[in-house]
Design a protein around this ligand. Structure first.
Ligand SMILES: N[C@@H](CCC(=O)N[C@@H](CS)C(=O)NCC(=O)O)C(=O)O
Length: 236
């Protein structure tokens, strides 16, 4: 049975963390909103009465279950498809790492939309410049340094144990996205976080991921997504 993934059709966004897990583990799925009329169907589904309504995409339909929240979807897939450790301690640790990645994703988004998601970037450029400076100088070093330390301490090249989990795949996306959005800052930051760069390379070489990245299923980074490149927000 293929899963139905529902996410906005033209951006990687938060749907990408789910796609990377599905692609890496070769799990069949329909990226439903990318079909003709799919975006309208997504909007209708979000409004449809349900016992378990999702506040926002992504959400995954798995038989009778509809599962929302990126980290929650990954928790589900991790258990079902060996994308996470089996034991409680490892499972919760990987979930904790994923929630920390979700915090980072929100901060990255807020660097170009610090005042309101509903306003254009152009309407909050001054605030964005201040917020992006803090992201580059304080928050990214703290988050990336944290993940670099976790990788170093574990010592296998993965965040936990001896094999990849969905959190490793998500961290790959973080490095890729930040390289796109903040190329100058990342040059400096990656010099201090070599474990992260190695992880990025290891994930990119995985057969399912390498094939996905070459396919048309992988959308490009754009200024519509979470990672946006505005040269004025970047610096060494
Ligand atoms: N915490 C949620 C956030 C979901 C979310 O913010 N989705 C965005 C797209 S990436 C959205 O469509 N938001 C609509 C809204 O917040 O009104 C998750 O990680 O899945």
């Amino acid at each position: 049975m293929a899963y139905d993934l529902w996410y906005w059709p033209t951006i990687q966004g938060r749907g990408e963390y789910v796609r990377l897990a599905l692609e890496d583990a070769d799990i069949p799925y329909n990226d439903c909103a990318r079909n003709d009329g799919g975006e309208d169907k997504l909007v209708k589904l979000l409004k449809k009465p349900s016992d378990t309504p999702s506040f926002a995409p992504p959400f995954l339909i798995a038989g009778k279950k509809t599962i929302g929240q990126t980290a929650n979807i990954l928790l589900f897939l991790g258990e079902k498809h060996a994308l996470a450790p089996k034991g409680d301690a490892g499972r919760l640790w990987v979930h904790q790492l994923q929630l920390t990645i979700a915090d980072l994703v929100a901060e990255i988004h807020d660097s170009h939309h610090p005042v309101a998601s509903n306003l254009y970037y152009e309407d909050q450029k001054d605030e964005a410049a201040r917020r992006a400076k803090d992201l580059r100088e304080n928050r990214l070093p703290k988050f990336l340094g944290y993940f670099n330390d976790v990788l170093k301490r574990n010592g296998s090249g993965w965040l936990h144990g001896k094999s990849r989990s969905y959190a490793d795949l998500s961290l790959f996306q973080i490095v890729e996205g930040l390289r796109y959005a903040f190329p100058r800052a990342m040059k400096t930051l990656e010099r201090k976080t070599p474990q992260l760069t190695k992880l990025r390379d290891r994930v990119a070489e995985r057969p399912g991921i390498a094939a996905y990245l070459k396919s048309e299923r992988r959308l490009a980074f754009t200024r519509e997504g979470i990672f946006r490149h505005y040269p004025e927000l970047d610096a060494d």
